[in-house]
Each structure stands twice: as structure tokens, then as C-alpha cells.
Design a protein around this ligand. Structure first.
Ligand SMILES: C[S@@+](CC[C@H](N)C(=O)[O-])C[C@H]1O[C@@H](n2cnc3c(N)ncnc32)[C@H](O)[C@@H]1O
Length: 270
């Protein structure tokens, strides 16, 4: 990808910190179109905005001194927030916060007290570290995240609270580098892919399958999650995700499969 195009996409503040690989792959989708560079740049930005801008809040860096629970509650994507408001009228909230402890307890059972958690497309999930303490787990936590602002925010929190955690700024499309990062961590290793499959698929179709197949041998357990209700529409849309469920069932050993707070979690190993 030509540097001028890359720089031009990154001129927009919200994309200034996205990894080059991410921008390159998004641009590739339009590279062969019969269109001028300006139009391709516009389309690339539109796609990146769809994938990332819900997670890039301009106010993020002023959140540094807030309590983790406050950040977890406030930092929902705009669409998620709208959904929570709408559904809470019906006495139902879709956020994960009330369920974290239950989810972690269920996911991290029977692997011992000392574990490595590698959280791919972590968002701000690093702020849920205190739930590990509540469960008396000794966790080494690695977050991998493409949005630089979120990485910075999590690392600030880890340092300030002397947490055994690190957030790494990179794209999940940098597969070689990602595998090296995973291999460096002590076993048992648990890899999380919470609500990130859609983002990967919209940049590169079938990439989730490729990624999962290559990281499965490196992990004792992988847990993926996805929303079971469509955003802005409370109807269930389970059927749409059957392809990933089929893929996991066919190729790996399913260890657990459950739904909590409008999110389905599937744990599996090789
Ligand atoms: C819907 S959020 C989920 C965040 C977190 N996993 C959770 O469930 O709380 C998706 C996250 O994945 C990140 N992401 C999307 N594509 C990515 C990629 N290719 N590499 C790294 N991070 C990515 C986004 O920036 C965003 O923070």
C-alpha cells in the first residue's frame, strides 16, 4: 500500500492510531475498483468507521482516574448503549457487567489458580481484572487491541494498580507476531475472542476460521463470544452465527456452551 494513501487515511484523528496492517486490509477490499484514489480512501474510511469508531471515544483519555467498574459500565459502544436503554425499559439489560464474575468462574474453572489469559480484540476488557482477584485467580493478562487509545488506557490502569497485565497495540491480522506473543506466556493459556469475530469478518472473510485454527494448538482453552440479540432490534438472530458454531463443533472439542446477558460463550480446545 502506498504511503501517501496510508497517511491520508490516518489524517482523520480517529484512525491515526490504527495499525498499518488493519488499514491496508481494509483498503485492499476496494483496491481493484474502477474508482479514483479519493473514492477508495472514502470507502476505506467508511469501512474502518463501521468496525472501529464505536470504540474510539474522544473522551477516553480523560477517564484515567475513574474506577474500573465505572469505565466498564460507561464505555459501551453507542449502539450497545442505545440497546441497553431500549431494553432496560423492558426490565432487561444486555451488558456484561453484572455477569462477569459468573462468566469468569465458569470459563476459568479446572485449569488451576495460576493462568495466562490472552484477550484478543480486548476493547477495555482489561478493566475487568478485579474479577480475577475476586475469584482468587492468579492471572497474567495480555490484551491485544488495534485501537491505540484503549491500549494506552489499559496500560495506565495496569501500571497504576500494579496489575500483572499488559496491553499490546497491534492488529489481529498480524498472525505471526500474535502467535509469538501467545507462545511467550506460561501455560495454562486461555485465549478470549469476545465479540470480535464480526469485526474480523468484515475486514477479511473467513479470517476467524484461519486464526482460530492456528492458535488452537497454542492454547489450553479458547473462548469465543457473540451477541445473541441484534443491536437495535431485540429479536434473536442466532441463526446468522451458525457457521462459526458448526466450524467449532466439526473441528474442535467443545468444552462449554452457554448464554448470559444476551451473549453466547463457547469454550473449546483442540
Ligand atoms: C465489540 S468490541 C469487544 C471488546 C471486548 N472483546 C469485549 O467483548 O468486551 C471489539 C473490539 O475488537 C477490536 N478489534 C476489531 N478488529 C480488530 C483487529 N483486527 N485487531 C485488533 N483488535 C481488533 C476493536 O477495536 C474493539 O475494541
Amino acid at each position: 500500500m502506498n504511503k501517501t494513501i496510508l497517511e491520508s487515511i490516518r489524517e482523520k484523528r480517529e484512525f491515526s492510531q490504527l495499525p498499518e496492517k488493519e488499514i491496508e486490509l481494509a483498503f485492499e477490499q476496494f483496491a481493484r475498483r474502477q474508482a479514483c484514489d479519493e473514492e477508495k480512501i472514502r470507502l476505506t474510511r467508511e469501512l474502518l468507521r463501521k468496525v472501529f469508531s464505536a470504540f474510539i471515544s474522544k473522551k477516553l483519555l480523560s477517564l484515567k482516574n475513574k474506577e474500573p467498574e465505572w469505565i466498564l459500565r460507561k464505555h459501551l459502544s453507542t449502539r450497545e448503549r442505545m440497546n441497553v436503554q431500549r431494553s432496560s425499559k423492558h426490565g432487561q439489560t444486555e451488558e456484561r457487567l453484572p455477569y462477569y464474575e459468573q462468566i469468569y468462574k465458569r470459563i476459568f474453572n479446572n485449569l488451576g489458580k495460576k493462568i495466562s489469559v490472552i484477550d484478543l480484540g480486548a476493547g477495555i476488557n482489561g478493566f475487568s481484572y478485579y474479577f480475577f482477584n475476586n475469584l482468587k485467580l492468579d492471572v497474567r493478562y495480555i490484551a491485544v487491541e488495534a485501537v491505540g487509545q484503549l491500549v494506552e488506557l489499559m496500560n495506565f490502569y495496569f501500571k497504576k494498580n500494579k496489575i500483572n497485565g499488559k496491553a499490546i497495540h497491534m492488529s489481529l491480522f498480524e498472525k505471526g507476531k500474535l502467535k509469538e506473543i501467545i507462545k511467550k506466556e506460561n501455560k495454562p493459556r486461555i485465549i478470549l475472542l469476545f465479540k470480535v469475530i464480526d469485526a474480523l469478518e468484515s475486514i477479511k472473510k473467513d479470517y476467524s476460521k484461519e486464526l482460530i485454527s492456528e492458535i488452537v494448538p497454542l492454547a489450553d482453552k479458547i473462548v469465543i463470544s457473540f451477541a445473541t440479540r441484534s443491536l437495535g432490534n431485540r429479536q434473536k438472530f442466532r441463526a446468522k452465527r451458525e457457521w462459526i458454531v458448526d466450524f467449532i463443533n466439526k473441528n474442535f472439542k467443545v468444552l462449554d456452551d452457554f448464554e448470559l446477558g444476551g451473549e453466547r460463550y463457547i469454550a473449546f480446545s483442540k
